[in-house]
Design a protein around this ligand. Structure first.
Ligand SMILES: Nc1ncnc2c1ncn2[C@@H]1O[C@H](COP(=O)(O)OP(=O)(O)O)[C@@H](O)[C@H]1O
Ligand SMILES: [Mg+2]
Length: 345
């Protein structure tokens, strides 16, 4: 651990629970935030140390031990944090070798996976979820940070590498939204549960068309609302560095905002999609055919411009959906002048 290099300020930032350690040991660190813990301890006068029978070495060792234990307990693993995911080639359904050398994806990157139904998009996501080592039908291998993944990723349940978002996310518990979020926040030992729940509900309502609140039972959330809640929960409360999304189109949520949120939280995002907007939001897209990866395409400047047009169209569709839902009628005026579609289309 590099605790010895961090200032007290940085320690508090990175491991908010150290505040309890300081309090518990009656250490007043106020005004010493720019020092390392060792420097702070060294600044104690001899008299003070003798009066209080303070063992300097032990204080430092105990803090290190405390941070290690808390990290394990919380499932934090930033010392071995995930910064990249690499896919190594396997075989398509006919046993032909995939021709790419390797695909490496970094944090805050979005990769889409496109290809016909049955071509193997979900299979690729499953390879990643299982950190395949040539032991799945595709024969692919997955590396984490450029290395063979530790078994802890495969078998640890509280330290999950991957969070999955899919169409069929249903709540089975009889809880309110508040109770659900509280449970999750508690299990992640969040410091300020109330404010994080506020943040989640606010963000979730920003994604879902129809508002819900903390007292809404999770079982009565609409599909869009529960997906919005799960996405925000995954972005803000989950420690999983990789998020896999399998075809969440038509999900009744603001998909772009949802992805922005995941990217802002430093996740590696892979999503299988048939939705052109989602495919183009990605920085790159993996093209799958007959079970094999046949191409990796960087989203071009021209495609990014097309994406802007698609987003406008999507905005129109969403507004129309809301208008119709609210009993309004539609007029051509609503869309005229919004789309910049070239005459020769
Ligand atoms: N490279 C491969 N080798 C063998 N079977 C594969 C391969 N890729 C996909 N499959 C199988 O093909 C079927 C369809 O794949 P799937 O991932 O569900 O397609 P998609 O999600 O694109 O509709 C699945 O049973 C999957 O296990
Ligand atoms: Mg699929």
């Amino acid at each position: 651990m590099n605790m010895n290099k961090l200032t007290i300020e940085q320690l508090k930032e990175k491991y908010p629970f150290v505040i309890d350690y300081f309090k518990g040991n009656k250490l007043n660190v106020e005004g010493h935030e720019d020092k390392t813990f060792q420097e702070y301890i060294d600044s104690f006068g001899r008299e003070y140390l003798e009066d209080w029978a303070v063992d300097r070495k032990k204080l430092v060792e105990d803090l290190e031990e405390y941070i290690e234990q808390m990290k394990q307990f919380l499932g934090l693993n930033e010392d071995e944090g995930v910064s990249s995911l690499t896919i190594l080639p396997g075989y398509d359904k006919d046993g032909n070798a995939e021709v790419f050398k390797e695909i490496t994806i970094k944090t805050s990157e979005i990769i889409s996976i496109v290809g016909p139904t049955g071509s193997g998009k979900s299979r690729l996501l499953a390879d990643i979820e299982w950190t395949a080592q040539g032991d799945t039908p595709t024969g692919r291998k997955i590396l984490i940070n450029g290395e063979l993944p530790d078994n802890k990723w495969r078998f640890s349940s509280n330290n999950r590498l991957v969070a999955q978002l899919s169409q069929n996310m249903n709540f089975v518990m009889d809880l309110t939204v508040a109770e659900f979020l509280e449970l999750h926040a508690q299990s992640r030992l969040v410091e300020d549960i109330e404010s994080i729940i506020d943040r989640i509900i606010h963000a979730a309502n920003g994604l879902a068309g129809e508002e819900f609140n903390l007292n809404t039972p999770v079982t009565s959330l609409s599909g869009g609302q529960s997906r919005a809640l799960m996405i925000v929960d995954t972005a803000i409360l989950s420690s999983s560095p990789i998020v896999l999304i399998d075809e969440i189109e038509n999900a009744g949520i603001d998909r772009k905002k949802a992805l922005d949120l995941l990217v802002a939280e430093d996740k590696i995002v892979l999503m299988a999609t048939h939705d052109p907007m989602l495919a183009l939001i990605a920085d790159r897209r993996i093209v799958i055919r007959n079970g094999g990866i046949v191409d990796i395409i960087e989203t071009s400047e021209e495609e990014k411009e097309i994406l802007i047009e698609l987003e406008k169209m999507d905005g129109i569709v969403q507004r129309m959906r809301n208008d119709l839902r609210n009993g309004n009628t539609l007029e051509f005026n609503d869309i005229e002048g919004i789309m910049k579609i070239p005459i020769n289309w």
